[in-house]
Design a protein around this ligand. Structure first.
Ligand code: GAR
Length: 216
């Protein structure tokens, strides 16, 4: 009897290029995207899911009285699928403490900076304004602290003098599409977990920056 693939639910808000990278890797990496949930009707990522025959759910946050009510509905829809892992792929909503607790240790996020630096939004412009020479992307476990959970994997890029926020966004996105499927596959193989506020890979506690991929 073959082992069923690890079931993943992906949450998106927009373009879904990270979702696409996951779709492209799911078969080879033995995970299965069981559903895509999106808070923005009309997001292009919904089309990507439909093209790959993945069931979609649109939950428009504007139709709920507040964060708690929205997150309760989100939990209901996710639990109906009973996934092993939740993957936030450009899901631009702050999650309530109750939601995070419910899925503790089973939620990954990708953030366009070298965490713990540059949490929040507009990261590409902020690193340029600060005169940084390095930038990148982080995959991390989600905890109640916004962009603050233990880092699993980072990819670093060098900032060149001619870089703009657009060129950085493009180069960071290329790295995102490389490292997110890798981290998901680690989790799905049972190699990655969150314990005592840290990320562990192959029974090894990872440092604050996780595994770091530097430019070749
Ligand atoms: C990605 O760059 C991701 O890192 C970022 O949103 C983008 C989504 O792109 N996420 C965050 O900023 C979360 N704080 P996509 O919809 O094409 O995957």
């Amino acid at each position: 009897m073959s082992i069923p693939p690890c079931a993943v639910v992906v949450l998106i808000s927009g373009n879904g290029s990270n979702l696409q990278a996951l779709i492209d890797r799911q078969q080879a990496d033995n995970f299965e995207i069981a559903a895509v949930i999106c808070n923005e009707p009309g997001a292009y990522g919904l089309q990507r899911a439909a093209n790959a025959n993945i069931p979609t759910v649109v939950l428009n946050h504007r139709e709920y009285p507040g964060r708690e009510a929205y997150d309760q509905e989100l939990i209901k829809r996710i639990d109906a699928v009973n996934p092993d892992l939740l993957v936030l792929a450009g899901f631009m909503r702050i999650l309530s403490a109750g939601f995070v607790k419910h899925y503790s240790g089973r939620v990954l996020n990708i953030h366009p900076s070298l965490l713990p630096d540059y949490r929040g939004t507009n990261t590409h412009q902020r690193v340029l304004d600060a005169g940084e020479t390095k930038h990148g992307v982080s995959v991390h476990f989600v905890t109640e602290e916004l962009d603050g959970g233990p880092v699993v994997l980072q990819a670093v890029i060098n900032i060149e003098p001619q870089d703009t926020k657009e060129t950085l966004a493009k180069r960071v996105a290329e790295q995102e599409h490389r490292i997110y499927p890798e981290a998901v596959s680690w989790f799905c193989q049972g190699r990655l977990r969150m314990q005592d506020g840290a990320a562990w890979l192959d029974e090894r506690k990872l440092p604050q920056q996780g595994i770091r991929r530097t430019p070749v």
